[in-house]
Design a protein around this ligand. Structure first.
Ligand code: ATR
Length: 270
C-alpha cells in the first residue's frame, strides 16, 4: 500500500476494534481497484464518541463503519439516513459528504449470508435470540422477507420494546419455539467466549434446523448444531457482505467476494 498527499481516509469506529477484520479486507478492496485510499481502525472510548465522530468529518475522512457500541448514537448524529437505517434506528456505515450520510448494511449482509445457506427464506419461521443492536437489523431483514418471528431475550422488556417495531411473538425460553421454527439465529454475544453457559439445551436442535450465529467463529452453538445434523453458518459471511455493501456506498464499486476472502487469514475462513 502506497500513501500519498491525496490518500483518502476511511475506517472503523468502535470500542473495542482491535479484533476487527474490516481493515484487512477493506484495504484489500482499495488495492484491488487501485484506489488511493486507506482504511484504519479508530478505537474510541464511549465518552469521546461525539468529539471523535464530528472530528472525523472535520479531518476530511471520507467514510467509516460504525460498530459496537456506537451504531445508535451515530444514527442520531447523521444529517441524513437511508430508509433502512431509519427503520432499524442504527447505522453501521457513514459517508462524510457535504452532509453526514448514515446507512445500514448489516441487514442486507445478514440476508445475503443466510440465503447462501438456506436459499429462499420467504415466509419461513425463525427464532431470534437477543434484542440488542444486531438483533434489530436481523429482525428488519426477516420482516422484509415476511418471516414469522419468535423472539427471545434474557431481558424480556428489551424484546417487548422491539416488537413495537418488528412483528414478533415473544417466547419465555428458546425451547418454546424450537419445534415450530426452520431457522435459529443467535444475535447475542454468548459464544464469543468458550466458558459462557449455553442459551438453551443445544441437544434439542434438530436436523431440520438451520442455525445462524452472528459471531464469526465456529461457536459451541454451531458445533452442537452440526453434531445434530443441522445446517450451520457463522457470521463471517454477514461481515463480508455488509463490508462489500459499505464499500459500494463509499466508492460506487462492488468488490468480488473472492477478493475479500483471499485477503482474510486462513484461521477465520476454516
Ligand atoms: P449488539 O449490538 O452486538 O447486538 P448489544 O446491543 O449489547 O450488542 O446486545 C447484546 C445482546 O446479547 C443482548 O440481547 C443481550 O441480552 P440482554 O438484553 O439481556 O442484555 C445478550 N446477551 C449478552 N450476554 C448474555 C448472556 N450471558 N445471556 C443471554 N444473553 C446475553
Amino acid at each position: 500500500m502506497k500513501l500519498s498527499g491525496r490518500t483518502e481516509v476511511y475506517g472503523i469506529v468502535g470500542y473495542p476494534v482491535k479484533h476487527s477484520l474490516s481493515p484487512i479486507f477493506q484495504n484489500a478492496s482499495f488495492e484491488y481497484f487501485c484506489i488511493d485510499g486507506v482504511y484504519v481502525p479508530f478505537e474510541v472510548k464511549p465518552e469521546n464518541f461525539r468529539e471523535a465522530f464530528f472530528g472525523l468529518k472535520a479531518l476530511g475522512v471520507k467514510g467509516v463503519n460504525i460498530t459496537v457500541p456506537f451504531k445508535e448514537k451515530a444514527f442520531e448524529f447523521c444529517d441524513f439516513s437511508d430508509e433502512h437505517s431509519a427503520l432499524i434506528g442504527a447505522v453501521n456505515t457513514v459517508k462524510f459528504a457535504d452532509k453526514i450520510e448514515g446507512y445500514n448494511t448489516d441487514w442486507i449482509g445478514f440476508l445475503k449470508a443466510l440465503k447462501d445457506t438456506e436459499g429462499s427464506i420467504k415466509g419461513k419461521k425463525v427464532l431470534v435470540l437477543g434484542a440488542g443492536g444486531t438483533s434489530k437489523a436481523v429482525l428488519y431483514a426477516l420482516s422484509k422477507e415476511d418471516c414469522y418471528i419468535f423472539l427471545w431475550n434474557r431481558t424480556r422488556e428489551k424484546a417487548l420494546e422491539l416488537t413495537k417495531k418488528f412483528p414478533a411473538e415473544l417466547v419465555a425460553k428458546p425451547e418454546d419455539a424450537l419445534d415450530s421454527v426452520d431457522i435459529i439465529v443467535n444475535t447475542t454475544s454468548v459464544g464469543l467466549s468458550e466458558d459462557e453457559p449455553p442459551l438453551f439445551d443445544y441437544d434439542k436442535i434438530k436436523e431440520k434446523h438451520t442455525v445462524f450465529d452472528v459471531i464469526y467463529k465456529n461457536t459451541y452453538l454451531l458445533r452442537k448444531a452440526s453434531e445434530k445434523g443441522a445446517k450451520v453458518q457463522n457470521g463471517l459471511g454477514m461481515l463480508i457482505y455488509q463490508g462489500v455493501e459499505s464499500f459500494k456506498i463509499w466508492t460506487g464499486l462492488e468488490v468480488p467476494i473472492s477478493i475479500v476472502k483471499e485477503s482474510l487469514p486462513a484461521s477465520v475462513l476454516s
